[in-house]
Write a protein that binds this ligand. Structure first.
Ligand code: BGC
Length: 497
């Protein structure tokens, strides 16, 4: 009798745990067709500094991240660097094996500018660096995998920082020259280009809050300048591609924007939040009117005047540049990880001045949302569906590729939470497609565990684990790799995990 009672008791405790677990894992209800369109593409992403290592090999020059990790080690949680990382520079074949196992159609990787031009300038052209990426591209294509190439993923050549980096308008010309080199060398085979990765984030962190290199404390001023130059550099590259390369290369050029959806019952608050985030870059590129969102232009000008300035801290985007930028992308890349509730700020946020102060909203998370290991990462798949609908309605249903989406943990191979994240977010993408959103592809971040910027190697996003303590840096698939492969093979989202 006692035994039966104990069995019942243990059984009920276990089922309660499962119930609790189910309530807290992230999920999203299915709506409509359970299959992705047959031409929908699936990929995975990485970035040069996070995986390549070989920081000073074969003529590569230092980037601002080399300088940052070497000279400000206390800025990285575990005081590590990307000097060796997953050593993909020497071990690309191991990455290729993983890509083939996953059966992805696309691999999004970034090129290290200072491998191609060690000082950032054409005068330092480095053939060995150019050859390295030729090898990567050829091997991908030989295995039926399309390369999607990011030109700039945070790692600016250090020499260019000496002249102010992205705060100097000369960066536009340097970037166009570098991009032209990439089109000339790789454009015969690369048909999908991403100019810049997450300009809002690298400008805010590097030129505003000073917690990323180049650590400039210029909140609300220099970060806006960095965004302005980034936007112009992107558009100038797009125009060069269209006028000089498109006719023979027939590729697409886009930009990857960091995004989150802002949830609120008040549509004016949602709109305000979206314009201050996604809209910073998306409005000048994809809206009917072009230029920065009206609300930003008016409010930042007004705030600037109140501060006693003679002109707005947000550079003027009128005339020639407004025209060059409008329509200057074939697709928008969306890096979506999380969302927040937003309400009007109760008290002023951030420093004066700053983007936070101009933004004037409080962001709130829901205690019910499950959380990744990254402090900011809550699982909010409904935000993914909503942002895609926002883009559909606001930007004339421009072509969208989810260029990043991923979940962080400590690196367990039995990564059920990552599977739930993947499942629910792909469901949100599928629902959006069923609702008329023009989403053409999904790219998971990341193929392998890698150097997670300020978090070093303490936080993992990979579908494959990397044995960092072994010289051979072996890659091992996690449970999520198998699940993602099933999604790709069936073009649907398996219920059983
Ligand atoms: C970046 C990646 C990064 C990921 C997770 C994105 O902001 O593009 O480089 O690893 O998010 O933090």
């Amino acid at each position: 009798m006692l035994l039966v009672f104990l069995i019942l008791l243990v059984g009920s405790v276990i089922s309660q745990c499962i119930a609790t677990k189910d309530q807290t894992t992230c999920s999203h209800p299915a709506k409509g067709n359970p299959k992705f369109p047959s031409n929908f593409t699936f990929g995975v992403a990485t970035a040069a500094y996070q995986i390549e290592g070989a920081w000073n090999i074969d003529g590569k020059g230092p980037s601002i991240w080399d300088d940052f990790t070497h000279n400000y080690p206390h800025m990285i949680d575990d005081r590590t660097t990307g000097d060796i990382a997953a050593d993909s520079y020497h071990r690309f074949n191991q990455d290729l094996k993983a890509l083939k196992e996953l059966k992805v159609t696309h691999y999004r990787f970034s090129i290290s500018w200072s491998r191609i031009y060690p000082t950032g300038d054409i005068s330092s052209r480095n053939q060995k660096g150019i050859d390295y990426y030729n090898g990567v591209i050829d091997k991908l294509l030989a295995n039926g995998i399309q390369p999607m190439v990011t030109m700039f993923h945070f790692d600016l050549p250090f020499e260019l920082q000496k002249i102010g980096g992205l705060a100097n308008p000369l960066i536009i010309n340097y970037f166009v020259t570098y991009a032209t080199e990439l089109f000339e060398n790789y454009g015969d085979r690369v048909k999908s280009w991403v100019t810049l990765n997450e300009p809002l984030l690298y400008c805010k962190s590097g030129y505003g809050e000073a917690n990323y290199p180049p650590q400039i404390e210029g909140a609300g001023i220099i970060d806006y300048l960095c965004m302005d130059h980034s936007l112009k550099a992107h558009a100038a590259v797009y125009r060069v591609y269209k006028s000089r390369f498109y006719n023979r290369q027939h590729g697409k050029v886009g930009i990857a924007l960091d995004s989150q959806f802002s949830l609120s019952n008040d549509s004016a608050v949602v709109n305000r939040a979206m314009q201050y985030n996604l809209g910073f870059f998306a409005h000048p590129l994809f809206s009917k009117s072009g230029g920065y969102p009206k609300i930003l232009v008016e409010e930042i000008a007004e705030n600037s005047l109140k501060e006693g300035r003679i002109e707005s801290r947000l550079p003027d985007l009128s005339g020639k540049w407004k025209h060059i930028i409008k329509g200057a992308a074939d697709f928008v890349g969306i890096n979506y990880y999380t969302s927040r509730y937003v309400v009007r700020a109760k008290t002023p946020n951030g420093k004066n001045p700053s983007l936070e102060r101009d933004y004037d909203l409080d962001e709130i998370s829901d205690p019910k949302w499950t959380r990744g290991l990254s402090r900011w990462l809550y699982c909010v798949p409904e935000g993914m569906e909503s942002i895609l609908k926002f883009i559909r309605d606001e930007y004339d249903n421009v072509e969208v590729i989810i260029t990043e989406n991923g979940y962080s943990d400590k690196g367990d191979l039995n990564d059920l939470d990552r599977i739930h994240y993947l499942k629910s977010h792909l469901q949100a993408v599928l629902n959006a497609i069923n609702d008329g959103c023009n989403v053409r592809g999904y790219i998971y971040w990341s193929l392998i565990d890698n150097f997670e910027w300020q978090r070093g190697y303490s936080v993992k996003f990979g579908l494959y684990s990397v044995n960092m303590s072994s010289p051979a840096k072996e890659r091992t698939p996690k449970k999520s790799a198998e699940y993602y492969r099933r999604i790709i093979e069936t073009h649907s989202i398996p219920d059983d995990i």
